[in-house]
Design a protein around this ligand. Structure first.
Ligand SMILES: Cc1cc2nc3c(=O)[nH]c(=O)nc-3n(C[C@H](O)[C@H](O)[C@H](O)COP(=O)(O)OP(=O)(O)OC[C@H]3O[C@@H](n4cnc5c(N)ncnc54)[C@H](O)[C@@H]3O)c2cc1C
Length: 426
């Protein structure tokens, strides 16, 4: 359901959850509930997990801790940047989750004490859990790119968390004169949404081609290979010749520093001075993962692939972008699948049972133009402590598909997003 951007106060008044939401918790305990689960993060992973837990065992006391009353989704936010979609279509709320009995704590989780099994909220409230699910998505690794900082992101937006950053990049493109240079920098792996930078480059190229045809786009990349590469590159040749240039790592594409005051991006070989700079920086698991002690030195969270239980802390599970999920990409599709597996495992463990070995599916759709969709799919299963792709399960769109197939895939992508959002947020 698309939300009309309620304020936190409106939302709390309507749902009657004004005081820090510990009451359903206590009621559940008094009724002898099957266990107390706290989920931190109400994105595709966390909201799915909370919902699935409640469905699997309505006696479970499930509390969702989320700092924003309105969730703004990243999938299709590249369309917003290209002026093809309104940001409001990306926004959802948690009313339906509350209606199904999930207790909401619309505050930031400020700390986790794994020994005491408590989560401390930003207002100091402490909540106890039997099992904790950490699903905070990503944070920007500010130390990962010299010159880049929160202040720099106001000049050179990353737009890798949807919302104000998405709007900022859109406005900068709108304000740019025809003939301007746009530079996007893409990070090394791993990062949220492997095909995302290439979809973004495609849709910005579409905007420039149709609205500012004298302009140019350069995609500086810290990699030599990327998801759906042949499909993207064939489409770029066909749709955006001379407009979109990809500079891989081996040709000096890795951005080594940025200067927000001068609006420049430096590689080892050259300094670029665009009219619009979209810096997609290195990333890590959301900060609360570090505070909970579930992130390792890579900044991401190692997990057991059967239960998504943290490899570093007992009684804590990590799902979604924050987790090191082996071959599974960091996508909303994957986050939703991981959340269901994790919820089933948590419910089984709380009931004294044994979690089943899962198989997970991922499909990543990308738009190269509004009526030109491509996709990659895979099936994953645990093997040797990792999630690995099942042999022979991978599939990508055909390289030589006719326009009707590309248009059909664009429609399927749109349908997938609407179905997912309805399933997760109601
Ligand atoms: C431009 C772009 C395009 C994309 N396109 C696609 C696509 O087409 N298909 C696809 O499958 N995926 C896509 N993705 C990837 C997808 O958005 C992510 O993989 C997905 O959102 C991950 O879900 P998550 O629940 O792990 O994190 P999120 O969806 O980011 O949710 C995390 C939530 O945790 C909350 N949170 C964080 N820390 C705290 C805290 N301390 N206390 C309380 N709450 C907290 C945040 O507010 C947020 O609501 C795209 C990403 C980008 C950037």
């Amino acid at each position: 359901m698309t939300a009309a951007r309620p304020t936190r106060r409106d939302f709390l008044r309507r749902t009657g959850l004004a005081v820090c939401m510990t009451v359903p918790f206590r009621q559940a305990l008094a009724q002898g509930a099957a266990g107390r689960v706290i989920v931190i993060g109400g994105g595709f992973a966390g909201a799915t997990c909370a919902r699935t837990l409640k469905r699997l065992d309505p006696r479970l006391s499930v509390t969702l801790v989320e700092e924003n009353p309105t969730f703004t989704a990243c999938p299709f936010s590249n369309e917003v940047i290209a002026g093809l979609r309104d940001l409001r279509r990306q926004q959802f709320n948690y009313e339906q989750l509350a209606e199904m009995g999930v207790a909401l704590a619309l505050l930031r989780a400020a700390g986790v004490d794994p020994r005491a099994r408590t989560v401390t909220l930003a207002d100091g409230t402490r909540l106890s859990y039997d099992r904790l699910v950490v699903a905070p998505g990503i944070d920007i690794s500010w130390e990962g790119l010299p010159g880049y900082s929160e202040a720099a992101a106001e000049r050179m937006p990353h737009a890798w968390k949807a919302g104000a950053q998405t709007t900022l990049l859109r406005r900068q493109l709108e304000a740019m004169e025809d003939g301007g240079l746009v530079v996007i920098s893409a990070p090394a792996n791993p990062y949220r949404c492997p095909p995302g930078p290439y979809e973004r480059a495609s849709l910005i190229a579409h905007y420039l081609k149709t609205k500012k045809p004298r302009s140019k786009l350069i995609l500086l990349d810290a990699k030599d290979a990327f998801s759906k590469q042949k499909l993207f590159q064939n489409a770029w040749k066909e749709l955006y010749p001379g407009l979109l240039e990809w500079v891989p790592l081996s040709s000096g594409g890795k951005v080594t520093s940025v200067d927000p005051a001068a609006l420049t991006l430096a590689t080892d070989f050259q300094t670029y001075k665009p009219a619009v700079a979209n810096v997609i920086p290195p990333q890590k698991a959301g900060h609360i993962a570090e505070l909970a002690g579930v992130a390792d030195r890579s900044g991401w969270c190692p997990i057991d692939p059967v239960t998504f239980q943290s490899a570093l802390q007992s009684n804590i599970h990590v799902i979604g972008d924050a987790a090191i999920a082996g071959a599974m990409p960091k996508s909303a599709f994957a986050a939703n699948a991981e959340a269901k597996v994790c919820a089933a495992a948590v419910a089984a463990l709380l009931a004294g049972g044994t979690p089943q070995t899962p198989k997970l599916i991922n499909v990543c759709y990308s738009l190269v133009a509004p009526d030109y969709g491509i996709s990659v799919a895979g099936v994953y299963q645990p093997a040797n402590g990792q999630l690995v792709e099942v042999a022979g399960s991978a599939g990508v769109s055909p390289l030589d598909a006719p326009p009707a197939i590309r248009a059909a895939e664009a429609q399927i992508a749109d349908g997938w997003f609407r179905t997912l959002a309805a399933e997760v947020f109601g």
